[in-house]
Design a protein around this ligand. Structure first.
Ligand code: ADP
Ligand code: MG
Length: 245
């Protein structure tokens, strides 16, 4: 089986040496748990090894991403110039064809990795997922053609979520799908369904414990490979996130 190095020191050991190629992995956590940094690090270290990647953001500007990377000495701009990375800042006012746009960008640089930051935001904006048509068609015409929309807001259905993740799986990339978690809920993602639809789940947490803050990571699921399901402390060092034994 082909495995993909995550580029996160310590993480590959928890999943039998790497993510089975082509899987979609949900990266779930509340605000500030490190989802964005983890996803960028996955792409950055992959690109350094010659694996091109596409980073899709609905939240941050390109400048913010570059300066975030700069904090860890990551030359994201340099990788973009070499076509090893494509940072795609989605205009959320024009989002209907976003999956087709992502696909075009993947094909353009032969990307083998994808990070979607975040799946939650993308679904909340409402996204067409059988997007093979021109942008000129209106919503009603698309519906007549049987093209489905994920609904806006929080009433995205189970079927929508499975269909969107199904479309992402067709890209063939090994993908990190960032998902916002509700605070203290019993489910991993806020939509409560994404964790079932994805092949893998990495959960990030912040624990408060007697005035101390602890950052933790656990691999909850990874199809096709043995996992070590322990809660591992994570730290930030000069080059990004590291997982401690
Ligand atoms: N060099 C660093 N050292 C320690 N913590 C850092 C460093 N860089 C970022 N962080 C922490 O990481 C958090 C943000 O991580 P991020 O990936 O943006 O979280 P998320 O996407 O889950 O909201 C920040 O709140 C900050 O506290
Ligand atoms: Mg983030």
């Amino acid at each position: 089986m082909e495995r993909v190095n995550t580029g996160i020191p310590g993480l590959d050991n928890l999943i039998g040496g790497g993510i089975p190629a082509g899987l979609s992995v949900l990266v779930a956590g509340t605000c500030g748990t490190g989802k964005t940094i983890l996803s960028l690090q996955f792409l950055y270290n992959g690109a350094l090894e010659g694996d091109p990647g596409v980073y899709v953001t609905f939240e941050e500007s390109k400048d913010k991403i570059f300066s975030q990377g700069g904090e860890f000495g990551w030359d994201l701009k340099g990788l973009e110039d070499k076509n090893l990375l494509d940072i795609y800042v989605v205009d959320t006012d024009d989002i209907d064809d976003v999956l087709a746009d992502i696909k075009r960008r993947i094909e353009k640089i032969n990307a083998r990795r994808l990070a979607l930051d975040s799946l939650t935001t993308m679904m909340e904006h409402g996204v067409i997922y059988r997007s093979k048509i021109s942008k000129d068609l209106g919503r009603r015409e698309r519906e007549k053609l049987g093209l489905r929309f994920a609904s806006k807001g929080f009433d995205v259905t189970r079927k929508d979520i499975y269909a969107i993740i199904g479309e992402i799986n067709k890209f063939g990339t090994t993908s990190f799908l960032v998902s916002e978690a509700g605070e203290g809920g019993e489910y991993i993602s806020r939509d409560t369904i994404s964790e079932f639809a994805c092949d893998g789940v990495i959960q990030l947490k912040i624990n408060e414990f007697g005035g101390e803050i602890e950052r933790l990571l656990s691999v909850r699921k990874m199809r096709g490979t043995k996992i070590n399901i322990s809660l591992s402390p994570i730290k930030f060092n000069d080059s990004g996130i590291v997982i401690e034994e």
